[in-house]
Design a protein around this ligand. Structure first.
Ligand code: MG
Length: 222
């Protein structure tokens, strides 16, 4: 990456980053066009490690696999834990290991799409790397973003991550069975999401029991 050292000793990388973001957005748009050509719908699933992204994806696959052909693309630094978990539920899974990278980007997803038989698929779930900060700036080329927070992460996950909620069509409040033990008010979490983005669909789930999953599938329009 090109770095500019200013006279007062600052290091400026803004212009390069702008180009990088611009190129990523171009590839993201190409990914959506490629998916549309094959009538495949894709959802970018965001959330911190432990929020329940993989468990939610497992539940979605479980509910929909008899109705449609589903694949998953899972981003993770070094492990294949999530890919192995989702595969057991009957979806084809591609793993992207980002090593030190804290987000997926459109080019990584493009490479995965090229390995899938898109003509035979209906739905792709993309599990992004587990955090709510880096992925915000990198659209991967999905039709929707779905963000997962859990009650065990405390009361401030939504108000502290406005960018990702503004970019998402659906917000999942997961682990509702733990809310009382954590002293977290899920109604307040819902209000926080709607304050950031009035049009966001908020669904409360318990991924271990499957509570709320039919409502989530409906919110995703699937
Ligand atoms: Mg996961």
């Amino acid at each position: 990456m090109k770095t500019i050292h200013t006279k007062d000793g600052r290091i400026v990388e803004i212009q390069v980053n702008k180009k990088l973001f611009g190129r990523n957005s171009e590839i993201a748009a190409q990914n959506i066009a490629l998916l549309d050509k094959h009538r495949v719908r894709a959802v970018d699933v965001l959330g911190s490690i432990g929020s329940g992204k993989t468990s939610i994806i497992q539940q979605i696959v479980k509910h929909l696999k008899d109705k449609m052909a589903i694949a998953a693309i899972t981003g993770d630094l070094t492990t294949t834990i999530d890919a192995d978990r989702i595969q057991k539920y009957g979806a084809e899974v591609l793993q992207i290991n980002t090593d030190r990278g804290c987000h997926l980007d459109a080019n990584m997803v493009r490479n995965s799409l090229e390995q899938l038989d898109l003509a035979a698929l209906d739905f792709i779930l993309i599990e992004n790397v587990g955090n709510l900060i880096c992925p915000a700036s990198y659209p991967v080329g999905a039709h929707q973003r779905m963000v997962v927070v859990s009650t065990t992460e405390g009361p401030y996950m939504i108000v502290k991550h406005p960018h990702i909620f503004r970019d998402s069509a659906v917000a999942v409040i997961n682990k509702i069975d733990m809310a009382d033990a954590m002293g977290v008010d899920t109604e307040q979490l819902k209000k926080d999401a709607l304050t950031i983005k009035p049009s966001i669909r908020v669904v409360r789930t318990c991924a271990t029991t499957g509570d709320g999953v039919p409502e989530l599938i409906e919110a995703l329009g699937m």
